[in-house]
Design a protein around this ligand. Structure first.
Ligand code: DX5
Ligand code: ZN
Length: 224
């Protein structure tokens, strides 16, 4: 048994966009720690979502850190725009960065926390040489592009191995998990070492958003 802080990051991908302000307020009042913003370009992933304007609009209505997940090709071209818009964390995909080290440095140069994400098929070994350049590692437990997909169970072992890598690196790195997180998978992810949980459908897909957050939290607390 150990006490550790687990952060909850509701993903607005599953929010009701015409009531986004109210929904962000509800998650905020119910103890959300970050707002997760899924940026998709229709190329890196087969879906198209938000741009820097959305980040700027959110910044005007919430003090919660904005956790911006860039599922886009050529992220270096947009990092500055998202930083200027108010992103607190910018996460790029390892698979989308030809020069990952440079992309991460570019993020930190903006005074923003740098994250890197790996798809389910991507090995953690691709991150070995950038452990000193990151503030957050994001393990995808679905193939990115859509909310409401099923958690890929093999991700649990990967989370455990990622935690080991982080401990061995000696760096202060958040371990985030994204995709299919709900009341059943959240505690499993935490047991394996995750400390930031992204949840879209399991939060915004429920009629009572506050109750949904509380239920995820109480299941997670059982394993802390
Ligand atoms: C998937 C996105 C996720 C998505 C998760 O490509 O990166 O952040 O919103 O949605 P759920 O929690 O519904 O799987
Ligand atoms: Zn995401």
């Amino acid at each position: 048994m150990k006490t550790q802080k687990v952060y909850l990051a509701p993903s607005i991908l599953s929010a009701d966009l015409l009531h986004l302000k109210e929904q962000v307020e509800v998650v905020s009042e119910n103890g959300a720690d970050f707002i997760h913003v899924d940026v998709m370009d229709g190329h890196f992933v087969p879906n198209l979502t938000f741009g820097p304007n959305m980040v700027a609009a959110l910044k005007r209505i919430t003090t919660l850190p904005l956790d911006v997940h860039l599922m886009i090709e050529n992220p270096d071209l947009s990092i500055e725009s998202y930083a200027r818009a108010g992103a607190d964390i910018i996460t790029v995909h390892q698979e989308a960065c030809t020069h990952l080290h440079r992309s991460l440095q570019l993020i930190r140069k903006q005074g923003v926390k740098a994250g890197v994400s790996v798809n389910p098929a991507t090995s953690l070994s691709t991150l070995e040489n950038v452990m000193g350049e990151i503030d957050l590692m994001l393990i995808m437990t679905v193939n990115p592009g859509f909310g409401g997909q099923k958690f890929i169970e093999q991700g649990l072992d990967k989370i455990a191995r990622a935690r080991k890598m982080i401990v061995e690196s000696g760096h202060d790195i958040l371990l985030e998990v994204d995709g299919g997180i709900n009341t059943v998978t959240a505690p499993k992810a935490v047991q394996n070492g995750a400390n930031v949980l992204v949840a879209g459908n399991a939060v915004f897909g429920k009629t009572d958003i506050g109750a949904a957050i509380n239920e995820i939290r109480s299941q997670v607390e059982k394993v802390l």
